[in-house]
Design a protein around this ligand. Sequence first.
Ligand code: UDX
Length: 431
Amino acid sequence: MKILIVGTGYVGTTTALVFCEMGHQVTGLDVDDQKIEALQAGNLHFYEPGLKELLLKHIQTENISFTKNIKEAIKNNDVIFICVGTPRGEDGRADLTYVKNVAESIGKYMKEYKVIVTKSTVPTGTAELVTEWVKSAQEELVLFDVVSNPEFLREGSALYDALHPDRIVIGTTSEKARLTMRELYQDFQCPIVETNPKASEMIKYAANSFLAMKISFINELARLCDRLAININDVSKGIGLDHRIGPHFLKAGMGYGGSCFPKDVNALLQTAGASGIPLTILEQVVQVNAEQSLYFINKIKQALGGDLTNKTIAVLGLAFKANTDDIRESQSLNLINRLVQEQAMIKMHDPVVKLADPPHGPFCRQFQTVAETVSDTDAVVLCTDWDEYKQLDWMTIKRLMKQPYILDGRNMVDKGKVEALGFHYTGIANY
Ligand code: UDX
């Protein structure tokens, strides 16, 4: 089947390459000429493990090509996936400008039947809007169907998630489009949930909101466990082994970030508000997440004697989580802002993220190595759970530091081991 992917971000590019693996012929299209030129040359404009290798492979097999020519791309393909961004608008709602632009272009250039699939995360009711936008741009009546087919990829493991999905969700009212989608996904060994577009769109928001809720639940419980000197990691393990609860997304830390959870939870709250049905649990999820980073800052302050003025702090990890170079809504950057407000000096490190324009001028500097970053600092603050940071040589680090303080925002360090080396260790209810 000939597939067009519009929007070559991490969702679009991953989706495109996975369809290549399944033997489909795929074209990638983007309004950003630089992205297209980079992809044509076999280069990714973002960091995602395993993806570059697959890109090079399918440039070789000629299963993938990239183009800037939207008119030809729409004409030449049967199924069009919309994978463009839906950033958070000023009022918290998803901004559908890019989706609308794509839908209108499809309407303008299509000359025969197309299946139009929204993979971007879009609010309930968007499939209907896409239908209207396509129709309104058509100069002559050409039939088409719209399908909602959300993605559930995590950054950092997008390729694995796309190749091994827990489920595939297909939302359409058209039998013809449903059959096309089944054919497209026929090689996947997972349940397929077939429903209408509205329910499919809701599934995506509900899934992300539920996961965010698990994180906020465990983070709030961690505060109580901290007070009672109970190890939250043991509690997570103990409840996660109950198959009704499950072990995932129960890792206490400094709060969730990233391009999805904050945006999607807010968008669902907006939909709820506009529908007159408040989602009060979800309101608390947001609240708890906002408080969690403050909670961690207070722990840093307490550990360092209550005043951070002129303290030099090494922040390890800038990405919002490991295995990505994404810093959108990163709790780490949030923390740096607050530490600088408290008059601290920051030395930063990340294995992958290189800030072109570090924030806060002279108060903040990024270093190439962990050794340079921790030298002459009063404390090391761990913000991103990179594997590299799980294997640090703390003995050497202690020699380089001014004061031996570790503040662990991801509960990733063995407390017993570092305390035995003479460190003062503080995690999130990590005993
Ligand atoms: C998420 C969803 O998992 C994915 O299905 C959806 O398609 C996009 O949004 P992503 O944003 O890439 O994926 O990251 P994810 O691994 O879900 O982590 C989100 C945030 O939660 C990160 O900041 C992470 O550090 C934090 N987190 C995750 C925790 O604090 N504790 C956990 O137990 C899990």
